[in-house]
Design a protein around this ligand. Structure first.
Ligand SMILES: NC(=O)c1ccc[n+]([C@@H]2O[C@H](COP(=O)([O-])OP(=O)(O)OC[C@H]3O[C@@H](n4cnc5c(N)ncnc54)[C@H](OP(=O)(O)O)[C@@H]3O)[C@@H](O)[C@H]2O)c1
Length: 327
């Protein structure tokens, strides 16, 4: 029997329940994994709260990524064999489990030299950082960039990558301890955005010009200031809403603030093509192996403590990445 977390109503961490269940044989195009480590992501919290439209049909599993060993292969699957160590991103939520079936199309073989914890900590967040910094916009040497929540999971990886690409990186963070971490992850300057007017500080730091790109996953609390932090023709990448949804935008505002660009990207649209997905995975694994990016702080919880892990992320208690470990 496998153990898996399910929830039958939307709400606080209390709705998460661990259950024993029989995993069916892998269906067409699926592989069955004995899981070793699972990444906890903010999207899991949105799913549990039911804030995304369309909401997940209930009861639902939870979790969008994991690392494990293939134990069975369904009909029509090519390139994966029992014993392969793989990581996956996407497919139906349900990663908080000891064993499960996942679409082979969402899996990548993991190279030797990267531990299960490191891969679980970085596969979803690292692939997000990859498309944000290389493909949503290909950040160039000398670009001024603002990254909100710079000490978080995605932020820690993205800031290292931006620095490696030669950008000048300004990070925002919620505490002094997070500021130290953001600086060690390549931020040139850090702003405590709960205490300081970050848009005004960005102007000071850029001699009044503003930045070429703002990466904003905080949403409601930061969106207006993010627009004000951009230079003319700059790009706002609004990729999350940890503080709440962004209010409707008046398009004319983009003109009056300097012919700005705005995008609301999703990792799904940057990894749905298999070739792009494999290339992004190869870029991430090679950046981890050659040290371009370090996995950063990883906080481990036992799978059984998934609710505690989510609460820590939700309450801004974590830095870097949180991983659930299967015993
Ligand atoms: N669009 C995509 O493709 C995509 C893919 C992956 C992730 N994301 C988004 O990226 C963001 C980061 O995800 P993550 O898993 O790496 O999480 P995370 O950054 O480790 O955690 C969220 C951080 O957001 C900051 N925050 C600001 N206001 C907050 C509030 N009201 N409540 C809670 N946290 C708040 C906190 O940092 P401070 O204390 O420093 O403020 C907190 O630590 C999320 O919004 C997620 O949805 C988007």
């Amino acid at each position: 029997m496998a153990k898996a977390f399910l929830f039958s109503e939307f709400g606080s961490v209390d709705v998460l329940n661990v259950q024993e269940l029989d995993v069916p044989l892998p269906g067409k195009g699926e592989i069955r994994l004995r899981q070793r480590a699972i990444g906890v992501n903010y999207i899991d919290i949105y799913h549990r709260r039911g804030v995304f439209a369309p909401k997940l049909p209930l009861p639902s599993g939870i979790g969008v990524e994991g690392v494990g060993v293939v134990v069975a292969v369904g009909e029509g699957v090519a390139g994966f064999y029992p014993g392969d160590r793989v990581a996956y991103v996407g497919g139906p939520p349900g990663a908080y489990a000891t064993e499960r079936n996942v679409p082979a199309a969402r899996a990548l073989k993991v190279p030797d030299g990267l531990s299960d914890d490191v891969v679980a900590a970085t596969i979803f967040k690292g692939l997000t950082a990859e498309y944000l910094t290389h493909r949503c916009i290909d950040v160039q040497v000398g670009d001024n960039v603002l990254f909100h929540a710079a000490a978080g999971g995605v932020g820690s990886i993205a800031c290292q990558w931006l620095k490696a690409k030669g950008a000048r990186v300004i990070g925002t963070v919620g505490s002094e301890a997070k500021a130290r971490l953001a600086l060690s992850n390549g931020c040139d300057d850090v702003i405590l955005y709960r205490k300081q007017d970050f848009a005004a500080r960005v102007r000071e730091l850029t001699d009044g010009t503003g930045v070429r790109v703002v990466y904003d996953s905080v949403g409601a609390d930061t969106f207006a200031g993010s627009l004000k932090s951009l230079r003319p023709r700059g790009l706002l990448v609004s990729f999350g809403e940890t503080s709440g949804p962004v209010p409707p935008v008046e398009i004319a505002q983009l003109g009056s603030l300097g012919s700005l660009y705005l995008t609301r990207p999703s990792i799904a649209h940057y990894t749905s093509d298999r070739k792009e997905f494999e290339a992004a995975g190869a870029r991430l694994f090679s950046a981890l192996l050659d040290g371009t990016i370090r996995p950063g702080e990883i906080t481990g919880f036992a799978l059984e403590d998934a609710a505690l892990a989510q609460a820590a992320v939700e309450n801004r208690k974590t830095v870097g990445s949180v991983v659930l470990k299967c015993s």
